[in-house]
Design a protein around this ligand. Sequence first.
Ligand SMILES: C[S@@+](CC[C@H](N)C(=O)[O-])C[C@H]1O[C@@H](n2cnc3c(N)ncnc32)[C@H](O)[C@@H]1O
Length: 367
Amino acid sequence: MNDQTKNDSNDFSRKLTDILNYGALNLAMGLGYRARLFDVMDDLDTPQTASQISKKAGLNERYVLEWLSIMVTGGIVHLIKDQNGQDLFQLPKAHADLITRRAENDNMGIYMQEIPLLTATVFEAVEGGFKTGKGIPYEMYPGFQRFMTELADAKHRQVLVSQFLPSVENGAMVRKLKTGISVCDIGCGEGVALMLMAEAFPKSQFLGIDMSESVILKATSTVKETNLENITFQNRDAAALTENTELRGSLDYVTAFDAIHDQTRPMEALEGIHAILKDGGLFSMVDIAASSDLSKNMDHPMGMFLYTVSLMHCMPVGLADGGTGLGMMWGREKAVSMLKEAGFSDVSVEVIPKDPFNLHFFCKKRE
Ligand SMILES: C[S@@+](CC[C@H](N)C(=O)[O-])C[C@H]1O[C@@H](n2cnc3c(N)ncnc32)[C@H](O)[C@@H]1O
């Protein structure tokens, strides 16, 4: 082995060790996030013992101690010895700012659950997909839908009404929403984004469409618990909207948040969105910021994570029923070309304030 090969081999060996350690740390952080341990530790003013932390969290001390050991060796939690040599643990504020529920849109802790949850849900199904090429239907991801709602809540609550909508048409969209227009959110999930918009703009009418019956039932029952009267939900396949005479040409504004790339027939869905808009109507597609050219994603700060979420979820759900299977990293070039093919002559791609993960594909239907 020459020196160069030896160095490469040592570097790669260190990298493999890092992969094992960080993969394990991600899993443990996902568990801790779920158990609210970061939030509990964030509320403590001074370093505490594992016993005190577990009591505060209402959790088993032995489990919490093992978890704290991972957090300490992983550099997430600080270890301090008191004068009796006893181990005390502290979550630094600078870390808590990024991994607790109070972190809202900066919350990276929430994402720590994603790969463990997908692994527990579909590891074997995805392994099977490598052999058969078949997709995996949405129904196979029951816990994941709940996670998506939690994520939507963290994402939308802080930025949708205060940052994103004011950025659309340089503020003109907010003026229209205040006056009263008809809006539809495609792939609305449990309706987090729609409810925030409906509350902020009571003179506008909001319709949520999702093909999952269970999320529409959940969204409908959640709305019933509010005073919102300007919001309805329909259980529909976006790919069938072109045939829908009731909705054709009826909407001023359509939104789709993270909801086009994992559809089985995304081209038909985009054509359907074009069909339900009024002439001159506007469409905001918010989707992942990436390039369609793999070589241009080499420096993507979240490339490995996003391609893995795509492998475990977005791509297989998009392949179900013989679907297209675009995958989450379909990229801006492909997205723009499909939007144009669907009939949108006017497509601009805009950066979203406070959201480096996504791009805003802003489209207009010809007058
Ligand atoms: C990744 S989730 C995004 C949910 C929500 N828009 C958000 O911001 O969190 C994608 C949603 O699209 C829905 N969906 C997938 N294919 C669809 C289709 N063909 N028609 C309507 N909804 C669809 C799924 O059921 C799911 O609720």
